[in-house]
Design a protein. Structure first.
Length: 102
């Protein structure tokens, strides 16, 4: 019985989370979240999410930070190898900028 309760406690939050419902988190999403966290941190805020329609990261204070040119097209962000490379480079730049800031 304890094992079942333990399993439910571990699995239920994942099932109820928004990320789990999509079934797949791309590498691009990870880079955007990391880079967005750094970009928002420089602004003394926190990462809230990103909007592929405007191609921006949104911070909890409402600030918007543009993603690199060419990663969004027609209001969507498709994580192709080329897009992934651009976002990975942007992520590294945002992290380096944040390190200079702190």
């Amino acid at each position: 019985m304890k094992l079942i309760v333990f399993g439910v406690v571990l699995i239920l939050p994942a099932v109820l989370s928004e990320d789990f419902s999509s079934g797949f988190i791309s590498e691009c999403d990870g880079y955007i979240e990391q880079g967005g966290g750094s970009a928002c941190g420089i602004r003394k805020s926190h990462y809230s999410g990103y909007d592929p329609k405007t191609c921006t990261v949104t911070c909890t204070d409402g600030t918007k930070v543009k993603l690199p040119e060419g990663v969004c097209s027609h209001g969507d962000l498709e994580c192709t190898p080329e897009v992934e490379k651009k976002i990975a480079e942007w992520n590294l730049k945002m992290q380096a900028d944040f390190q200079k800031y702190i």
